[in-house]
Ligand binder design. Structure first.
Ligand code: SAH
Ligand code: SF4
Length: 419
């Protein structure tokens, strides 16, 4: 049986595309391999958001090129748009390159041609069960000055709402329990029925037992009234990921984020009006020109909003972005210091948020069933939950359960299933 390896770096989009490729190859009789040894095909799905991720992808490409012939390697995703010459230098001219701007139909068609397998319809991959990832907006035209995504992924396009609703309905009928809608700036979604919130309202009216969530909203394109409408929906998960990036108005302006701290506070305040809802964010430390005062403003904003979770990134210079040409680069040592100061604050907040749940109980969607009776899932407000499952596998993946919480750590909650 021919074998293959798919290596995935980066975001949820890459996870979705890789899962679709894996599903197509498996249907064609290929088997996934743990090692590069004698595989028929290697697919490397790359990220370029930070230098480190990009370097890892190229380094894996080098590893693959020593194990298999270049004509058996597919290099796809953001780094494949940006540095095709380097990919060819590393692996040889025969390497197949699929740029990050290619949509899933194109990716599947290219892989199908290379692997000589039957065509596949883009559909929700089963390996993501119980979560159905659905692409709403492809590409990005928001042009945050630090970000490579608009160059790597190309122009924005919105999925057909009828297709989205059909995919959602089919997924629920096939037992999927969470719909995860994706867009780099998902608030840019538009269709004949309106925008994102109208589509979410239409999804909310579907029959069945399911939750839905979406990534990533952009504060400049999200209205307070829309947040309030969102929070009225029946099937929505009770958490919002609202990337702040910096707490300083001056830095936000130079990041081209198009909102002020006051705008952000108003949106976040709407989420916080219901104490059951959690709020998470992304922060970049060390953007060019970030002063001590700017950094302090970010720390203050993080403390003020008491984020339940923060993805903290050190600014990474991406060649070709406007920020990369800005003067006053922050020295790496200062970036590292600021990162560790903020990391401590962020960790304390996560612990505090989870510790506050002890003694209560939460609704959980089971994501993986542990072999030793330790089951893992996601609470409706987006937390990791590990719980003891008295009879092993009595709550299979995709079940909704109630868990009594007896411990909270930085990483999540621990408890005992009471259903
Ligand atoms: N479209 C999403 C995610 C984009 S990339 C959004 O706008 O939120 C995910 C995160 O990576 C960003 O939110 C940002 O915090 C971080 N990021 C993007 N470019 C970066 C860079 N050059 N250096 C460091 N972090 C970066
Ligand atoms: Fe990058 Fe900004 Fe687009 Fe997010 S919204 S992908 S940070 S340009």
């Amino acid at each position: 049986m021919p074998t293959f390896v798919v290596k995935t770096f980066g975001c949820q989009f890459n996870e979705l595309y890789s899962a679709s490729v894996i599903e197509m190859l498996e249907r064609a009789g290929y088997e996934q391999s743990r090692t590069l040894d004698r595989v028929s095909l290697v697919v490397i799905n790359t990220c370029a958001v930070r230098e480190k991720a990009q370097e890892k992808a190229f380094s894996f490409l080098g590893e693959a090129a020593t194990a298999v012939d270049a004509s058996r390697i597919i290099f796809m995703g953001c780094s494949a748009t940006l540095d095709q010459e380097r990919a060819k230098r590393i692996a040889g001219h025969e390497v197949h390159i699929i740029p990050g701007s290619a949509g899933i139909e194109e990716v599947l068609a290219r892989v199908q041609a290379i692997a000589a397998c039957a065509p596949a319809e883009p559909m929700v991959p089963h390996s993501l069960f119980p979560t159905a990832d659905i692409e709403l907006v492809r590409g990005c035209e928001s042009y945050c000055t630090y970000c490579i995504v608009p160059r790597a992924r190309g122009r924005e396009s919105a999925a057909d709402a009828e297709v989205v609703l059909r995919q959602a309905k089919d997924s629920i009928q096939h037992g999927f329990r969470e719909l995860l809608l994706l867009g780099q700036n998902i608030n840019r979604y538009h269709w004949s029925g309106g925008g994102l919130i109208e589509l979410l309202s239409a999804l909310d009216r579907l029959d069945g037992e399911f939750w839905f969530w979406f990534l990533s909203p952009h504060p400049a394109y999200f209205q307070r009234a829309e947040v309030q409408r969102l929070m009225q929906l029946e099937h929505v998960e009770h958490h919002v990921h609202l990337p702040l990036q910096s707490g300083s108005d001056g830095i936000l302006k130079r990041m081209n984020r198009r909102y002020s701290m006051a705008d952000y506070d108003a949106l976040a305040g709407a989420v916080r009006s219901d104490s059951r809802w959690t709020l998470t964010t992304d922060i970049i430390v060390g953007f060019p020109g970030e002063t001590d005062e700017d950094f302090e403003a970010t720390v203050a904003a993080v403390r003020r909003h008491q984020f339940d979770g923060v993805f903290l990134a050190k600014y990474s210079d991406r060649p070709g972005t406007p920020a990369s040409a800005m003067p006053d680069k922050v020295p790496q040592k200062t970036i590292d210091e600021r990162h560790s100061v903020l990391l401590q604050v962020v960790r304390d907040l996560s612990l505090q948020s989870n510790a506050a749940m002890v003694g209560g109980s939460v609704d959980v969607l089971v994501l993986t069933a542990g072999a030793s009776g330790d089951t893992f899932g996601k609470s409706r407000d987006g937390r990791n939950v590990w719980f003891e499952d008295q009879g092993r596998l009595s709550h299979p993946v995709g079940s909704f359960v109630r868990v009594d919480i007896n411990h909270g750590s930085r990483e999540g909650l621990y408890g005992i299933c009471s259903t």
